[in-house]
Design a protein around this ligand. Sequence first.
Ligand code: ADP
Ligand code: MG
Length: 388
Amino acid sequence: MQRAHPVKHFLFWILMTALVAGGYYRRNALSKTAKNARMWHYKANAKVMATFAEVTFWEKDPDYKKGKAGHELNTKAKVIVWTVFDNVNTRFSNYNKDSEISKLNASAFDAPFKCSDEMWELLMASKVAFEDSHGAFDVTAGPMIKLWGLYRFEIKTLPTEDAINQAREKCGFKKLKFDNENKTVKFSVAGMSIDFGGIAKGYAVDKAVKKLREIGIEKGIVNLGGNIYCFENTPGDRDHYKVAIKHPRAEGAIGYIPFKGKAVATSGDYERFVEIDGNRYTHIINPMSGKPVSEICSVTVLSKSALLADVLSTAIFINQGKHCDELLKKYPDLQIMLISEGVNDTMKQAIKTSSLLKNQTITQRGSNGLVAYKIGKSWHRIHDIKKW
Ligand code: ADP
Ligand code: MG
């Protein structure tokens, strides 16, 4: 039994972020590549929400050279982002016993729990995610996540079918009872628990970006554990930002996506997992089976909303391509990429029933026998994927 090596984890995010914007800047330095403007950038990183966060802002500001206005704005921007992330962590972390979610989980079976506005907002977003994903994205998966040892990566043997069935009894979004008027929630089964691990980071990034706009930040990147938002405006003479997509079965990237004014998120089986008897079990559970998802390597989603990118990358990972047509109809700006080892029966079925997968998908086979499905608009702009 093993946890993904923390150093490897760290390197992954460095890779994700080092390749953001093509590495054409230096720390707090005057960019030499800007054609018409002298662009400065400011960069900071921190460990928050049990992951790696990084912000980068650019600015065309002559005073910045003197270390005045620009620097002050960027420092203020950084503090705003760290504060948002800290607040989200304090409210929604299952690892902190004093967080609002821990209190909710401890008491919502005994009595209705009165939610803060933020808690209510995230619960309602989770409800939409549950519906959009046909029940695959379910924040009540807590008991199954615990059973599979995915909080502390500490189990040594596979859970029995009985134990899996018992955990499944305690899961299910429909077992939450909401009172919309009083903003309370109650568990209808003892032992239920909510886990926002698949939604809170995207939520936090959207909150941070909104606040950054309010103070006048126009160009930048906010990255919280791979949930990356790139602003609409780009620095210097560049017309987009670039984010690298990790190769799920080898070191390095399979390619990079140029974009702006959007967020990207990837759910993969290669970062967080438990290993039992030589087999790896990833941290994403299929609520229908009560077991970790297998046979898919990663799903990358682009959307204007970081929350949607976060949620749908996890949901599509579980559904393995099913319901993508519906999602694109509801959220036309989505772009989706699935990478798998070969094509399993679920995927075959998804391809059969999806007009998008049938007609618009570009399928490529890489050197490792991996297959990529790119669904949605403009995926032709993904670069370098042929190299893998
Ligand atoms: P990461 O958090 O590693 O970036 P994801 O965004 O894909 O990866 O979210 C995975 C997390 O979502 C898990 O660690 C767990 O907390 C939670 N989770 C696992 N299975 C489900 C599920 N079926 N529905 C909702 N959340 C889930
Ligand atoms: Mg996610």
